[in-house]
Design a protein around this ligand. Structure first.
Ligand code: ADP
Ligand code: MG
Length: 251
């Protein structure tokens, strides 16, 4: 499956209890792009990521990964090429050790055990977590858990990385490490976040979601200076783009 495209075309989704989540979302992301998905709580970010990763199926419209629409028959291929990192690492880590968790996906695919070991080493190295291999995940710090969860997805060697609020619960150092890891991942990535500073540092392009629709789609640095847009979308200009209240410098 080629990874040259991630696209949404007229996507609509309503949860079984009747709550509307997406009300017609369209965009195209090409190979190698990093796109931030921002918007107020409830805007539909998580739902959109679940649809991109094939964890939910569209009720109207379609998702394209590579050349294929996501349908029940393409799901296995979609799930191999799109790696979804959940908002809560505890949803991703359930084995006795970090190494087992990172090995879980490749083992499930039937990758030979020697190659699995190599994948585990490589994935843990990418997130600087080699020393965590033998540790039980539930004993890790928030930042360590986050990196371990990322490694469980990287071991599948996805062409597209999709992350839901990756900086939530991280201290400043953990956040720095995360930004470095995301910047080093040169494949296509989509990052849903309320952390506009993270968006600014890791994604050249931003899609602003508002009430289940695309309110804006463009260069992150431009959108983050558009106070009217940010206000309307329930967001605030990142601190690094604000003027210093004391001296008026910056922005
Ligand atoms: N499992 C669910 N069942 C019913 N409604 C849901 C469910 N998950 C999310 N929603 C609703 O769908 C809308 C979009 O939610 P979500 O995609 O989680 O937004 P975001 O990630 O931007 O906060 C919200 O109104 C939310 O309450
Ligand atoms: Mg969410």
């Amino acid at each position: 499956m080629s990874h040259h495209l991630v696209a949404a075309e007229g996507l609509r989704y309503r949860y079984p209890d009747g709550t509307p989540a997406l009300a017609g979302v369209s965009f195209r992301i090409v190979h190698g792009e990093s796109v931030a998905l921002v918007g107020a709580s409830g805007a539909g970010k998580s739902t959109l990521l679940l649809l991109l990763a094939g964890s939910l199926l569209p009720q109207e419209g379609r998702v394209l990964i590579g050349d294929f629409p996501v349908t029940p028959s393409t799901l296995p291929a979609v799930r191999r090429s799109v790696g979804l990192v959940f908002q809560d690492p505890d949803d991703q880590l359930f084995c006795p050790t970090v190494a087992d968790d990172v090995a879980f996906g490749p083992r499930n695919l039937g990758v030979p055990e020697e190659a699995v070991a190599e994948r585990v080493r490589t994935a843990l190295a990418k997130v600087g977590a080699e020393a965590l291999a033998k540790r039980p995940p539930h004993r890790l710090s928030a930042g360590e858990k986050r990196r371990a969860a990322l490694a469980t997805v990287l071991s599948m060697d996805p062409g597209v990385l999709v992350l839901d609020e990756p900086s939530s619960g991280l201290d400043p150092r953990g956040r720095r490490q995360l930004i470095a890891i995301l910047t080093a991942f040169t494949h296509t990535k989509v990052v849903a976040t309320h952390d506009l500073e993270l968006a600014l540092e890791t994604c050249a392009r931003t899609i602003v979601l508002s009430k289940g629709t695309v309110r804006a789609d463009g260069p992150t640095a431009e959108l983050m200076r558009d106070d009217a847009l940010l206000e309307e979308a329930g967001l605030e200009r990142p601190a690094s783009l604000r003027r210093c209240p004391a001296c008026g410098e910056g922005a």
